[in-house]
Design a protein around this ligand. Structure first.
Ligand code: CDP
Ligand code: CDP
Length: 202
Protein backbone atom coordinates (compact mmCIF):
# COMPACT_ATOMS: atom_id res chain seq x y z
CA UNK A 1 0.00 0.00 0.00
CA UNK A 2 1.33 3.45 -0.92
CA UNK A 3 -0.15 6.36 0.99
CA UNK A 4 1.45 9.75 1.68
CA UNK A 5 0.54 12.21 4.41
CA UNK A 6 2.08 15.66 3.76
CA UNK A 7 2.29 18.00 6.74
CA UNK A 8 3.53 21.57 6.26
CA UNK A 9 3.45 24.77 8.25
CA UNK A 10 5.60 27.39 10.01
CA UNK A 11 8.22 26.74 12.68
CA UNK A 12 7.09 25.00 15.89
CA UNK A 13 3.45 24.79 14.82
CA UNK A 14 3.30 21.10 15.83
CA UNK A 15 4.04 19.39 12.48
CA UNK A 16 6.55 16.93 13.88
CA UNK A 17 4.47 16.00 16.91
CA UNK A 18 1.41 15.38 14.76
CA UNK A 19 3.46 13.59 12.10
CA UNK A 20 5.05 11.19 14.58
CA UNK A 21 1.68 10.38 16.16
CA UNK A 22 -0.03 9.79 12.80
CA UNK A 23 2.84 7.54 11.66
CA UNK A 24 2.79 5.55 14.91
CA UNK A 25 -0.99 5.11 14.75
CA UNK A 26 -1.09 3.76 11.20
CA UNK A 27 2.32 2.06 11.18
CA UNK A 28 3.61 4.48 8.52
CA UNK A 29 7.22 5.65 8.25
CA UNK A 30 7.92 9.27 9.28
CA UNK A 31 10.43 11.74 7.83
CA UNK A 32 11.15 15.10 9.47
CA UNK A 33 12.42 16.89 6.34
CA UNK A 34 13.49 19.95 8.38
CA UNK A 35 16.20 17.74 9.86
CA UNK A 36 17.70 17.33 6.36
CA UNK A 37 18.12 21.12 5.99
CA UNK A 38 19.40 21.43 9.56
CA UNK A 39 21.98 18.72 8.81
CA UNK A 40 23.06 20.43 5.57
CA UNK A 41 23.53 23.75 7.38
CA UNK A 42 25.56 22.09 10.14
CA UNK A 43 27.65 20.00 7.74
CA UNK A 44 28.57 22.99 5.56
CA UNK A 45 29.23 25.30 8.53
CA UNK A 46 29.53 29.07 8.04
CA UNK A 47 32.36 28.81 5.50
CA UNK A 48 31.53 25.60 3.63
CA UNK A 49 29.63 24.81 0.44
CA UNK A 50 26.00 23.96 1.25
CA UNK A 51 25.37 22.45 -2.20
CA UNK A 52 28.25 19.97 -1.75
CA UNK A 53 27.03 19.26 1.80
CA UNK A 54 23.53 18.46 0.47
CA UNK A 55 24.88 16.22 -2.30
CA UNK A 56 27.15 14.36 0.15
CA UNK A 57 24.60 14.05 2.97
CA UNK A 58 24.78 10.66 4.74
CA UNK A 59 22.48 9.24 7.45
CA UNK A 60 25.06 9.91 10.20
CA UNK A 61 24.77 13.64 9.46
CA UNK A 62 21.22 13.50 10.85
CA UNK A 63 22.61 12.47 14.25
CA UNK A 64 24.91 15.46 14.77
CA UNK A 65 24.65 17.24 18.12
CA UNK A 66 22.73 20.48 18.40
CA UNK A 67 20.63 20.17 15.23
CA UNK A 68 17.57 21.30 17.22
CA UNK A 69 19.13 24.57 18.40
CA UNK A 70 17.91 27.96 17.16
CA UNK A 71 21.29 28.54 15.49
CA UNK A 72 20.94 25.31 13.51
CA UNK A 73 17.42 26.39 12.52
CA UNK A 74 18.70 29.69 11.16
CA UNK A 75 21.49 27.96 9.24
CA UNK A 76 18.91 25.51 7.86
CA UNK A 77 16.65 28.30 6.68
CA UNK A 78 19.56 30.03 4.89
CA UNK A 79 20.72 26.93 3.02
CA UNK A 80 17.08 25.99 2.29
CA UNK A 81 16.73 29.09 0.08
CA UNK A 82 19.39 27.74 -2.35
CA UNK A 83 17.67 25.92 -5.26
CA UNK A 84 20.59 23.46 -5.79
CA UNK A 85 20.42 22.44 -2.12
CA UNK A 86 16.70 21.72 -2.42
CA UNK A 87 17.20 19.86 -5.71
CA UNK A 88 19.80 17.57 -4.11
CA UNK A 89 17.26 16.47 -1.49
CA UNK A 90 14.19 15.91 -3.69
CA UNK A 91 14.78 12.32 -4.89
CA UNK A 92 15.33 10.95 -1.39
CA UNK A 93 12.16 12.64 -0.05
CA UNK A 94 10.03 11.45 -2.99
CA UNK A 95 11.16 7.86 -2.74
CA UNK A 96 10.54 7.96 1.02
CA UNK A 97 7.03 9.28 0.38
CA UNK A 98 6.15 6.47 -2.01
CA UNK A 99 7.67 3.61 0.00
CA UNK A 100 5.56 0.53 0.56
CA UNK A 101 3.50 0.72 3.76
CA UNK A 102 2.69 4.43 3.93
CA UNK A 103 4.69 7.54 4.85
CA UNK A 104 4.30 10.83 6.69
CA UNK A 105 6.59 13.72 5.75
CA UNK A 106 6.63 17.07 7.52
CA UNK A 107 8.26 20.27 6.28
CA UNK A 108 7.46 23.40 4.28
CA UNK A 109 6.98 22.23 0.67
CA UNK A 110 5.76 18.64 0.99
CA UNK A 111 2.21 19.25 -0.26
CA UNK A 112 3.26 21.82 -2.88
CA UNK A 113 6.53 20.50 -4.38
CA UNK A 114 7.69 17.16 -2.98
CA UNK A 115 4.35 15.29 -3.02
CA UNK A 116 1.71 17.30 -4.90
CA UNK A 117 -0.30 14.05 -5.19
CA UNK A 118 -0.21 13.19 -1.46
CA UNK A 119 -3.41 11.46 -0.32
CA UNK A 120 -3.67 13.76 2.73
CA UNK A 121 -2.29 17.31 3.06
CA UNK A 122 -2.33 19.20 6.32
CA UNK A 123 -1.11 22.76 6.91
CA UNK A 124 -0.53 23.24 10.62
CA UNK A 125 -0.52 26.76 12.06
CA UNK A 126 -0.63 28.42 15.51
CA UNK A 127 -0.20 32.00 16.73
CA UNK A 128 3.37 33.36 16.94
CA UNK A 129 3.19 33.66 20.73
CA UNK A 130 1.96 30.10 21.25
CA UNK A 131 4.60 28.67 18.91
CA UNK A 132 7.37 30.63 20.66
CA UNK A 133 6.17 29.45 24.08
CA UNK A 134 6.04 25.79 22.97
CA UNK A 135 9.50 25.84 21.37
CA UNK A 136 10.99 27.76 24.32
CA UNK A 137 9.61 25.17 26.78
CA UNK A 138 11.10 22.42 24.66
CA UNK A 139 14.56 24.05 24.41
CA UNK A 140 14.71 25.10 28.09
CA UNK A 141 13.83 21.56 29.17
CA UNK A 142 16.99 20.46 27.32
CA UNK A 143 19.06 23.05 29.20
CA UNK A 144 19.27 25.62 26.36
CA UNK A 145 19.60 29.10 27.98
CA UNK A 146 17.71 30.86 25.12
CA UNK A 147 14.96 33.31 26.19
CA UNK A 148 11.36 33.20 25.01
CA UNK A 149 11.84 36.54 23.19
CA UNK A 150 14.85 35.15 21.35
CA UNK A 151 12.82 32.11 20.29
CA UNK A 152 10.05 34.37 19.00
CA UNK A 153 12.54 36.43 16.98
CA UNK A 154 14.08 33.24 15.56
CA UNK A 155 10.71 31.82 14.47
CA UNK A 156 9.59 35.08 12.89
CA UNK A 157 12.84 35.55 10.97
CA UNK A 158 12.72 31.98 9.63
CA UNK A 159 9.02 32.12 8.75
CA UNK A 160 9.63 35.27 6.80
CA UNK A 161 12.65 33.90 4.93
CA UNK A 162 10.85 30.60 4.26
CA UNK A 163 7.69 32.29 2.95
CA UNK A 164 9.44 34.94 0.83
CA UNK A 165 12.08 32.83 -0.93
CA UNK A 166 11.70 31.97 -4.63
CA UNK A 167 12.52 28.28 -4.30
CA UNK A 168 9.62 26.24 -2.89
CA UNK A 169 8.28 28.97 -0.60
CA UNK A 170 6.32 27.92 2.48
CA UNK A 171 2.62 28.09 1.69
CA UNK A 172 -0.44 25.84 1.98
CA UNK A 173 -1.24 23.67 -1.05
CA UNK A 174 -4.62 24.54 -2.58
CA UNK A 175 -6.05 21.24 -1.38
CA UNK A 176 -4.51 21.30 2.11
CA UNK A 177 -6.65 21.14 5.24
CA UNK A 178 -5.56 23.97 7.55
CA UNK A 179 -5.28 22.96 11.21
CA UNK A 180 -5.00 25.89 13.62
CA UNK A 181 -3.61 24.39 16.84
CA UNK A 182 -3.37 27.67 18.79
CA UNK A 183 -6.02 26.55 21.25
CA UNK A 184 -5.63 22.79 20.82
CA UNK A 185 -3.91 20.32 23.10
CA UNK A 186 -1.61 17.84 21.37
CA UNK A 187 -4.27 15.13 21.87
CA UNK A 188 -6.97 17.17 20.11
CA UNK A 189 -4.65 18.20 17.25
CA UNK A 190 -3.57 14.57 16.72
CA UNK A 191 -7.18 13.35 16.79
CA UNK A 192 -8.08 15.86 14.07
CA UNK A 193 -5.18 14.70 11.92
CA UNK A 194 -6.03 11.02 12.44
CA UNK A 195 -9.62 11.72 11.36
CA UNK A 196 -8.41 13.30 8.09
CA UNK A 197 -6.26 10.26 7.32
CA UNK A 198 -8.98 7.79 8.30
CA UNK A 199 -11.46 9.54 5.99
CA UNK A 200 -9.06 9.10 3.03
CA UNK A 201 -8.13 5.52 3.90
CA UNK A 202 -11.80 4.48 4.07
O1 CDP B 1 7.57 20.18 14.02
P1 CDP B 1 7.23 21.58 14.43
O2 CDP B 1 8.44 22.47 14.49
O3 CDP B 1 6.13 22.20 13.64
O4 CDP B 1 6.66 21.54 15.92
P2 CDP B 1 6.83 20.41 17.04
O5 CDP B 1 8.27 20.23 17.32
O6 CDP B 1 6.01 19.23 16.74
O7 CDP B 1 6.12 21.13 18.28
C1 CDP B 1 6.76 22.16 18.99
C2 CDP B 1 6.45 21.98 20.48
O8 CDP B 1 5.08 22.29 20.70
C3 CDP B 1 6.67 20.56 21.00
O9 CDP B 1 7.32 20.66 22.26
C4 CDP B 1 5.26 20.02 21.17
O10 CDP B 1 5.17 19.11 22.23
C5 CDP B 1 4.46 21.27 21.45
N1 CDP B 1 3.05 21.20 21.00
C6 CDP B 1 2.06 21.58 21.85
O11 CDP B 1 2.35 21.95 22.96
N2 CDP B 1 0.72 21.57 21.45
C7 CDP B 1 0.38 21.18 20.24
N3 CDP B 1 -0.91 21.17 19.88
C8 CDP B 1 1.40 20.79 19.34
C9 CDP B 1 2.73 20.82 19.77
O1 CDP C 1 11.00 22.44 13.67
P1 CDP C 1 10.89 23.76 12.93
O2 CDP C 1 9.55 23.91 12.31
O3 CDP C 1 11.31 24.92 13.78
O4 CDP C 1 11.98 23.72 11.76
P2 CDP C 1 12.32 22.54 10.76
O5 CDP C 1 11.08 21.90 10.26
O6 CDP C 1 13.34 21.67 11.39
O7 CDP C 1 12.96 23.32 9.53
C1 CDP C 1 14.16 24.09 9.64
C2 CDP C 1 14.26 24.93 8.40
O8 CDP C 1 14.44 24.07 7.26
C3 CDP C 1 13.03 25.75 8.05
O9 CDP C 1 13.02 27.03 8.69
C4 CDP C 1 13.10 25.86 6.53
O10 CDP C 1 13.91 26.92 6.12
C5 CDP C 1 13.78 24.58 6.12
N1 CDP C 1 12.87 23.59 5.55
C6 CDP C 1 12.50 23.73 4.22
O11 CDP C 1 12.87 24.71 3.58
N2 CDP C 1 11.73 22.79 3.61
C7 CDP C 1 11.31 21.72 4.29
N3 CDP C 1 10.56 20.80 3.66
C8 CDP C 1 11.63 21.57 5.67
C9 CDP C 1 12.41 22.54 6.27
Amino acid sequence: MRFTVAIDGPAASGKGTIGRAVAAHFGFAHLDTGLLYRAVGAKAGPEGDPVAAARDLVPEDLHRDDLRSAGAGQAASRVAAIPEVRAALVAFQRSFARREGGAVLDGRDIGTVICPDAEVKLYVIASDGVRARRRWLELSAKGDPITEDEVLADLKARDRRDAEREAAPMRPAKDAVVLDTTEMTIEVAVARALAEVEAKLA
